[in-house]
Write a protein that binds this ligand. Structure first.
Ligand SMILES: Nc1ncnc2c1ncn2[C@@H]1O[C@H](COP(=O)(O)OP(=O)(O)OP(=O)(O)O)[C@@H](O)[C@H]1O
Length: 266
């Protein structure tokens, strides 16, 4: 079911249409996912454990083949590119940059070397690297203070900041994040979201954030898409979704309202 707030198709920076994904030829992880992200938006992809959020994000960066996953139907288009036919590094240089599961800092490298790796992936010049490092350090003063330390010794929150900083070094047009709140203290999560939303507001950075913490996601996003069992079942403006009884009952911990699946389409 879909609220009537989706973009006209031509306005989309990213478009996912009726996407189906199978792992190992057997596990059907997505069975019909639809998603649109317009330039300048913050869009949340929410859903319970195993709903398919990470799988969808992998598909956006054409990372499924490396996980024995395969798009079996549907299509992903980013900035006019057919993603399934575009190498991940080409997508990165086109501005589609992900902070995917596990944060993946290079533990033996310093914080600064980790950040520089993000700029090199994009082919930045030495001068660009310097400018971008200063920008990242201004956003995350804690990284500036630890620039020479091994990234492996950072706290979980600092590693998340380093992973986001490294992605920003790639000068993204669309930044994709997988559960940036995972395992972090509420205060750190708030700091990270404040910075991300600030980048959207002040610099127009487009964001797609997968979150299990639906309350958090709906507070910060402009729009959201709800995934259930590999299918997008609901989408619309975050402010409207927050007020829906079915969303409250299923995802925001409200008691009496019926579950999403029992409701008729909006
Ligand atoms: N590499 C893989 N090989 C086989 N099955 C997988 C693989 N990765 C995910 N799956 C399966 O695909 C389904 C969707 O998983 P996915 O990780 O995309 O969900 P998710 O919404 O991100 O969940 P979580 O929030 O727990 O990470 C699950 O049934 C999962 O077991």
């Amino acid at each position: 079911m879909t609220l009537s707030t989706e973009a006209a198709p031509d306005a989309a920076l990213l478009r996912v249409e009726a996407l189906e994904v199978v792992y190992g030829g057997a596990v059907r992880a997505l069975v019909g996912a639809d998603l649109t992200v317009r330039e300048g938006e913050v869009v949340a992809l929410v859903g319970a454990n195993g709903a398919g959020k990470t799988t969808l994000l992998r598909a956006l960066s054409n990372l499924l083949p490396a996980m024995r996953g395969q798009v079996s139907a549907g299509r992903v288009t980013y900035a006019g590119l057919d993603v399934a036919r575009t190498r991940t590094d080409v997508l990165v240089r086109s501005g589609l940059v992900g902070v995917l599961e596990g944060r993946h800092c290079f533990g033996g490298l310093s914080v600064e070397e980790n950040l520089i790796a993000g700029g090199l992936g994009r082919g930045s010049s030495r001068a660009d690297l310097r400018t971008d490092l200063d920008r990242v350090y201004a956003l995350f003063p804690r990284l500036a203070a630890k620039r020479g330390n091994p990234a492996g010794l950072l706290s979980g929150g600092e590693q998340q900041m380093a992973a986001i900083g490294r992605a920003l070094m790639g000068r993204p047009r669309l930044l994709i994040l997988d559960e940036p709140s995972m395992g972090l203290a509420p205060k750190v999560v708030e700091d990270i979201y404040r910075i991300l939303v600030g980048l959207n507001r002040d610099q127009g950075l487009t964001l797609l954030v997968a979150e299990q913490n639906v309350r958090l996601a709906l507070r910060h996003a402009h729009r959201a898409v709800v995934l259930e069992n590999g299918r997008s079942v609901l989408s619309g403006r975050a402010a409207e979704l927050r007020e829906r009884d079915d969303v409250k009952a299923s995802y925001l911990g409200a008691a009496q309202a019926p579950r999403t699946a029992e409701l008729s389409p909006a």
